[in-house]
Design a protein around this ligand. Structure first.
Ligand code: NAD
Length: 289
């Protein structure tokens, strides 16, 4: 059977999220404040950070950029985070990864106060997610994926899903979120031996590996929902995903392109997390956790 796939327009969904947020922020007396910390001169990181600050400003948030030297000491970075944790004017703290090699990402992510952890990467928030409980913030990319599945009314309960990739920032949290919605979750990774046998039985495929176009149409079940998180540049500098889009789109009922699929949703959800943490800190939103 040949399906006409629905191609998800991530840019439009992200614009809708931002527009909705703009309206909500416009009626606030004080504005949420996001602080982004970057250590070193990684060119890609500098662009990501610039885009995050720009989006925050577009929304009317206050934004602060803390640029630290490549050779920043552990003590200086710990001090920076602690000062921000204690500053009640700061609502969200984002530590741009990767850190310079002499610094342990885990130690510094865990230093961020869980209630200001806009990326949802520290152990408290990831532990909550793993247990199926409510973290203060859900990592932005998985949150974006779940938003798309909800928007398209994708039934998850009892469905077989495969997550390819097991990173702490995408693979593991998206698997926890799918499990929480009662999907049957297969978690595949670089050591998985029989990937095609597993992808073939999946109703939902989420791929987050950064391996260019390595998932092909013959690996996909007819009518599957296919979400591509991968971002990788080809030899001509063109952005590609994990999916071979042409062959998969002949099988999928729903598919995200790269670029223009999940990517724009990540930054939009970073802004949603900043706003939601602000509400929590100000006592404007009460949630049971
Ligand atoms: P990562 O490098 O930390 O993890 C990659 C995962 O892929 C690993 O768990 C590894 O086991 C798995 N993997 C690698 N090769 C494989 C193979 N041949 N078969 C099966 N599994 C394999 O990466 P990450 O941080 O999770 O990011 C994954 C991709 O998603 C990257 O391309 C990254 O740029 C992209 N990404 C995109 C967004 C977005 O906003 N769209 C956000 C985060 C990451």
């Amino acid at each position: 059977m040949r399906f006409m796939p629905n191609i998800i327009d991530g840019k439009k969904i992200a614009n809708d999220i931002i527009q909705d947020l703009k309206n909500k922020v416009s009626i606030l007396k004080e504005k949420p404040t996001l602080c982004v910390i970057i250590a070193g001169q990684n060119e890609a990181s500098k662009i990501y950070v610039k885009n995050k600050i720009k989006k925050a400003q577009e929304l009317g948030f206050n934004s602060i950029l803390k640029e630290l030297d490549e050779n920043v000491t552990k003590e200086e970075l710990f001090d920076t985070i602690r000062t921000l944790n204690n500053d009640e004017n700061i609502n969200g703290i984002l530590l741009q990864l990767p850190l310079p090699k002499h610094l342990s990402e885990k130690d510094f992510l865990d230093e961020i106060s869980p209630v200001k952890d806009v990326d949802g990467f520290n152990t408290y928030n990831s532990g909550k997610l793993f247990k199926g409980e409510k973290p203060y913030a859900i990592p932005c990319t998985p949150k974006g994926i779940m938003g798309v599945l909800k928007l398209y009314d994708v039934q998850l309960e009892g469905k077989t899903s495969i997550v390819i990739g097991r990173s702490n920032i995408v693979g593991k949290p998206i698997a926890s979120l799918l499990l929480k919605e009662n999907a049957t979750v297969i978690q595949a990774h670089s050591k998985t031996k029989n990937l095609k046998e597993l992808t073939k039985i999946a109703d939902i495929v989420v791929s987050a590996t950064g391996q260019k176009e390595f998932i092909t149409g013959d690996m996909i079940k007819d009518g599957a929902v296919c979400i591509d998180v991968g971002i990788v540049r080809d030899e001509n500098g063109k952005i590609k995903g994990d999916f071979e889009f042409n062959s998969i789109s002949k099988k999928a009922s729903l598919i995200t392109p790269v670029p223009g699929g999940i990517g724009p949703l990540t930054i939009a959800n970073l802004m949603v997390n900043t706003y939601e943490l602000y509400l929590l800190q100000k006592g404007l939103k009460n949630e049971k956790r």
